[in-house]
Design a protein around this ligand. Structure first.
Ligand code: NAP
Ligand code: HSE
Length: 448
């Protein structure tokens, strides 16, 4: 063998350091093992995982690598001069942020699945990657296995994107599906989602909408070239969605989904943005209503392209590992050729307050069941200029219900959120209103 061919072989090996070997890390190692010959034949590169950082070295692992590959010193992996690329699948903000910055400063491309980190410190990390002239790739951070970030940052770079609306959390979609299709109890469905590897280490991040908020912050940044962090996202989760709400929605032709929405409002001076996460009644005819279990879907509306929809598995080890591996191959190919993907500049943009957003709502009240109550309630809506679209009343009885109590469920026509909130305050002050229940937005044809 000539010296020339020896050097070609040496150059084709790309050494990977993986930070984390949990649900995603372990699936990545298994997928890489299965696909390494394909990657090699298509790119000429051999991807070799030479170090893996974990927190607890004593834990039994399913992955087949030598014990000496593992370490509990993540910084030693990042600073190991023989390692070319860092994959961060450990999660959390610190030490992940410090490790990613150290890797970039050392000129090592980074692939990460960590949306919490990107949504809080994306600008800092993107600037560090740009300064170092290397990739930071994060396909797996949004919508698990769905290739969405690359189309958004490349194919749709010049598209005037107006709105991105999606089901971006697999755990909550799984819970809502099980509650509506099998009548499952909320905590039972959450435990199933955790066992299937969908949930975050702290599942509060899933059910309270913070995970979807992080994802929509990343999406809004890239779609609009704006500085958006998770702190800019108005966020409501699904923990207060009840079996009664699901049953109301089903009777009236809707599915309840947790939506993450990023929207740009064109104005003569400077555009405004909105980024929000909340449950929503979606008409069964809308494609997002048919997205079940841990599947995610992202619906993009652009001035030129019209409507696009991306659909696939949004959580779980294997789908997420697929996205990480795609990025890893991209980063390795770029590293060999000395290229890197650039994200451009992110500028601050004003946010439109939720008060100024127009939406239809489903509202539920517990009231006295006696003459005149309905008229007084309708009067409150009228006084605030909020128009009722449809209404349903049920007299209640049973051990947990006070005598002469009724439940009123309404859908109101689109109204400013400020007026809806004021209406709810006034309703709460009525003597005949015993309690205010669910308040969930409704997607209507004009939103689609
Ligand atoms: P996980 O199962 O909890 O695994 C985390 C791994 O990181 C574990 O191996 C843990 O070590 C290791 N780790 C944590 N802190 C560490 C530290 N300080 N030093 C060294 N190792 C440390 O998490 P995951 O579900 O794989 O998620 C990983 C990342 O992917 C997160 O950012 C998550 O948001 C993102 N993500 C997950 C999914 C999904 O479906 N699970 C989908 C998309 C994106 P031990 O094993 O010793 O505890
Ligand atoms: N916990 C997340 C979810 C994982 O349920 O969607 C994927 O980001």
């Amino acid at each position: 063998m000539s010296a020339g061919s020896l050097s070609v072989v040496a150059e084709s090996v790309v050494r990977i350091g993986v930070l984390g070997c949990g649900t995603v890390g372990a699936s990545l190692l298994a997928l890489l093992e299965r696909q390494s010959a394909t990657v090699n034949s298509r790119t000429g590169l051999s991807l070799v995982v030479s170090r893996i950082a974990v927190r607890d070295l004593s834990q039994k692992r399913s992955v087949v690598v030598g014990a000496d590959v593992f370490t509990d010193d993540a910084l030693s992996v990042v600073s190991d001069p023989s390692i070319d690329i860092i994959v961060e699948v450990m999660g959390g903000i610190e030490p992940a942020r410090g490790l990613v910055l150290a890797a970039l400063a050392a000129g090592k491309p980074v692939v990460t699945a960590n949306k919490a980190l990107l949504a809080a410190h994306g600008s800092e990390l993107f600037a560090a990657a740009e300064a170092a002239g290397v990739d930071i790739l994060f396909e797996a951070s949004v919508a698990g296995g769905i290739p969405f970030i690359r189309p958004l940052r490349e194919s749709l770079l010049a598209e005037p994107v107006v709105r991105v609306m999606g089901i971006m959390n697999g755990t909550t979609n799984y819970i809502l599906t099980r509650m509506s299709e099998a009548g499952a109890d909320y905590s039972e469905a959450l435990a199933e989602a955790q066992a299937l590897g969908y949930a975050e280490a702290d599942p509060t991040a899933d059910v309270e909408g913070h995970d979807a908020a992080a994802k929509i912050a990343i999406v809004a940044s890239i779609a609009f070239g704006a500085k958006v962090t998770s702190a800019d996202v108005q966020c409501e989760g699904i923990s207060s969605v009840s079996a009664d709400d699901i049953s109301f929605a089903q009777r009236h032709g809707y599915a309840i989904k947790l939506l993450a929405i990023a929207e740009r409002f064109s104005l003569p001076g400077s555009d405004e943005l909105s980024a929000r996460v909340h449950p929503c009644l979606i008409p069964n005819a809308h494609p997002l209503a048919a997205v079940r279990e841990s599947f995610n879907a992202v619906f993009v509306q652009g001035d030129a392209v019209g409507d696009l929809m991306f659909y696939g598995r949004g959580a779980g080890g294997d789908p997420t590992a697929s996205a990480v591996l795609g990025d890893l191959v991209d980063a390795a190919v770029n590293l060999q050729s000395g290229a890197h993907a650039s994200l451009g500049a992110f500028v601050p943009m004003p946010f439109r307050s939720n008060d100024e957003l127009d939406a239809a709502w489903y509202l539920s009240l517990r009231v006295d069941d006696r003459p005149g109550v309905l008229a007084s309630i309708a009067g409150v809506f009228g006084a605030h200029g909020v128009s009722i679209d449809s209404m349903e009343q049920h007299s209640l009885s049973g051990p947990e219900t006070a005598a002469d109590e009724a439940r009123i469920d309404l859908i109101i026509h689109p109204a400013l959120e400020r007026d809806v909130r004021a209406t709810l305050v006034s309703l709460g002050e009525l003597e005949s209103v015993r309690s205010l229940g669910s308040t969930i937005r409704v997607l209507i044809d004009a939103d689609i």
